[in-house]
Design a protein around this ligand. Sequence first.
Ligand SMILES: Nc1ncnc2c1ncn2[C@@H]1O[C@H](COP(=O)(O)OP(=O)(O)OP(=O)(O)O)[C@@H](O)[C@H]1O
Length: 345
Amino acid sequence: MSILSLRRINKKYGQAKVFAVNEVSFDVEEGEILALVGESGSGKTTLLRLIAGLEHPDDGTISLAGQVIVQGKESVPPHDRKVGMVFQDYALFPHLTILENVTFGIAKSKGNPEQLAKDTLKLVGLTEDFKKYPHQLSGGQQQRVALARAIAPNPRILLMDEPFSNLDAMLKDQVREEIRQIIKKTGITAIFVTHDTKDALSTADRIAILHKGYLQQIDIPKNLYETPVNPYVANFFGKRNELLATPSEDGFYTSFGFITDLEAKKYKRQVKLLFRPEHGEVVQREGQQLSGKIVKVSYFGSHQLVKISDDEGFRVTIRTNPGRIFDEVERTFFYLWKYDIEEAF
Ligand SMILES: Nc1ncnc2c1ncn2[C@@H]1O[C@H](COP(=O)(O)OP(=O)(O)OP(=O)(O)O)[C@@H](O)[C@H]1O
């Protein structure tokens, strides 16, 4: 069931010439984790602030948990929306202990606020540092306090702005997994903003990708990566190779050789074969494969990227396992096991 629904949301700031958010519509399902991704200035934070009520759209409707919270000029004020927010810098009160930080937002709630704060801190994995101050905690721990503070009032939805950007690379993988598990354990619906595709692919159930304020695609990570709706989305998740090819009855002629493919006869004019580095395989045997000269091998620990050039110097990149040893300038064979076909012109 959808808990949040945005319909044709537009937002332009003051005298700006272009809209920060353009005609954006989507639904978020209950219990889902949605990542909002896009390059800098694409409208991610604006969208989050519109949902939180920190900005008001020029047009559009927003409904949360069955209640219309924005329509035309009317809107429910932020404190009545029951939205939890985790800010990029965590925004903890430096002069309050972590227990006081979490109790602060629920002080007026029924029952025993301090016990609820303690229980929520335990839920996020902080069991004994209740009396410490934020500066005495690591970045990852501070983030968990911010998360506890946001979820303690039992919000309808949790919004997080760049939650992983202040963490170093070593910590990031671990924190992503922990945060995902905590959110899933509570069953809360969450939306987080990130410009890092790894954050989105590894943490979210679905990803919404924005470009210049327009929603490009919203789907599960695998579909965004494997079946992007346009070149912008495809390239956002890692560069694709683009190889020009001439179709014939039984395959494609390329500058690296011939690829047998009966799909080719559907095309009348030159096409582009689009493929990611992991959709090719470098092989030793000669056969129905493509061939070229290895011009560069880059080692990344978990894999290698091999740049292969045709006779004219045009290059494609193929990913291989890290154990293979290649000589640069070696002639090699490779094949593509997956590619998209697009009209070239
Ligand atoms: N308060 C503001 N006043 C005027 N323009 C703004 C304001 N906030 C954002 N903008 C503009 O709106 C557009 C979208 O900005 P927004 O911050 O939503 O993008 P973003 O995708 O979150 O970017 P980043 O990743 O850099 O935070 C940008 O062109 C930005 O310059």
